[in-house]
Design a protein around this ligand. Structure first.
Ligand SMILES: [Zn+2]
Length: 472
């Protein structure tokens, strides 16, 4: 129990410190009777004991982590791995981290993209726990000095298989284990469900109507690029089109689509696979990632010769994709004739709809967001609180932030003239592009997420607002 309390306290402290760091303060809110309930936040942030009691009372589905620390200490080590793995799957975690520290073992889950400490176990369990994971993952338990990779399957409560990719790594205080949950038959989300604004969605669907050309999705690792691409592919799937995807790894099963797993060991790289795909009479090709100049060149050529090609690049924003392609050696006239549009994206946590509370942003937060006094006065901005349904994080689920750049005539002129990224951005904004920060701000004002969450993902949305005003 003590360790659950520690974890919960840690989460609560984090929320508290985030709150004060971004200067969010609670505001009185009208209640149903028309009066005000006063500052709701302190009242709604329960004490640890209170929240634990609530979490225990809630059913397992909404609070799979209730009593987690106590459970961990009461089961034999042999069953502990199953418990940690099963609870991770039930809580919707994407990864499990088992980390040996000097004094103990920290167990953390990645929930909605954020690592959250779940419990701390005594140091004496370290060797037994790590060995158990390694046995289950088919790794060499005697080898402790080298990193190893494997796969582990545990049984869920209903007897279903829950599979993890396991990676071990020697660290100062022992072997660290990371387990990535492999969701086998995750349903492909629709484009509509990913959080695009109406105008961005329309623009993206416009790109997808083309018979040939290149569509790029850009953003850092973990920004949801492959989910967007899979949803895009699913939206164009029909018996009349031959769609081939090259993926590493295959994340969604796409009915009616030929999906190929890249296998570098067997020399099936993006480049070699793409060459082969072009002899397979494709209409639409998804290249998981353009990693090098050669892949970029072949992909751009293919998109000029009657194929619709979708791919990803690692750039921060949409206009930078153009300069990245140029840096990769793709000629500007090729980019100009092939590129239809670029979608830049990030993932942001959504506020838990069961416990979000109205907040008045501090002056500094208001300035960073670029909000006017009028906007603040006329809109309710919400912040996180914490309840059993969101594991006391205040957030539940994620939503995309988007910047959808269409290669319009003026953007195209910038590309052909080899203009700098600022000029491309200005032209795109003038032609109606909504920047990541602006899209995020709209989601804050709609109460979908908090100001602090937006500022975690996009540092200064105010600058983007200014750019837009300048461009207009
Ligand atoms: Zn909640």
């Amino acid at each position: 129990m003590a360790s659950t309390a520690t974890a919960t306290t840690a989460v609560m402290n984090e929320i508290e410190s985030n709150g004060s760091r971004t200067g969010l303060v609670p505001v009185p809110t009208p209640n149903r009777a028309g009066g005000t309930t006063g500052p709701r936040r302190p009242e709604m942030v329960p004490s640890v004991q209170h929240s634990e009691a609530k979490a225990t009372a809630a059913n397992e589905k909404t609070a799979p982590m209730a009593d987690f620390g106590a459970k961990c200490r009461s089961v034999p080590v042999v069953d502990l791995v199953n418990l940690i793995a099963r609870t991770a799957a039930q809580s919707g975690a994407s990864d499990v981290h088992i980390e040996p520290r000097k004094e103990g073992i920290i167990v953390r889950y990645r929930l909605d993209g954020i690592l959250t400490q779940i419990t701390e176990l005594p140091k004496w369990m370290d060797a037994a726990l790590t060995s158990r994971v390694k046995v289950l993952a088919g790794l060499d338990i005697a080898e402790k000095r080298k990193p190893q990779d494997g796969r582990l399957v545990v049984q869920g409560e209903k007897g279903e298989d829950i599979a993890f990719r396991v990676s071990t790594m020697p660290t100062q205080f022992g072997e660290k284990v990371v387990m990535r949950l492999l969701r086998d038959h995750a349903a492909v989300p629709t484009l509509q469900s990913l959080g695009y604004s109406a105008s961005d969605l329309e623009r993206l669907k416009g790109f997808l109507k083309h018979k040939h050309g290149m569509i790029l999705v850009v953003g850092p690792t973990g920004s949801g690029k492959s989910t967007s691409l899979s949803a895009a592919i699913a939206s164009v799937t029909s018996p009349e089109v031959n769609i081939i995807t090259l993926e590493d790894p295959i994340e969604y099963q796409l009915p009616g689509v030929n999906q190929t797993q890249i296998n570098e060991k067997a020399d099936l790289t993006f480049t070699t696979a793409l060459r082969a795909v072009l002899r397979q009479d494709p209409d639409v090709v998804l290249v998981g990632e353009v990693r090098d100049a050669e892949t970029a060149r072949i992909a751009m050529q293919a998109s000029q010769t009657g194929h619709l090609v979708l791919s990803t690049l690692h750039t921060d924003d949409a206009p930078s994709a153009v300069t990245r392609l140029m840096d990769m050696g793709v000629e500007s006239y090729v980019i100009s004739s092939a590129l239809l549009g670029v979608v830049a994206q990030r993932l942001m946590r959504k506020l838990c709809s069961d416990c979000k509370v109205p907040m008045k942003p501090s002056r500094r937060v208001q300035e960073d967001l670029g909000l006017t006094d009028e906007e603040v006065a006329n809109t309710t901005i919400y912040g996180p609180c914490g309840c059993p349904k969101c594991h006391n994080t205040g957030y539940r689920g994620r939503i995309g932030l988007y910047e959808v750049m269409e290669v319009t005539d003026s953007v195209n002129r910038c590309i052909v003239s080899g203009a700098r990224v600022d000029a491309v951005r200005e032209a795109a904004l003038k032609d109606g592009m909504t920047s990541l920060g602006e899209d995020g701000l709209a989601k804050v004002l709609a109460g979908v997420t908090s100001a602090e969450e937006l500022l975690r993902v996009v540092s200064r949305p105010c600058d983007e607002r200014q750019n837009k005003q300048k461009a207009a």
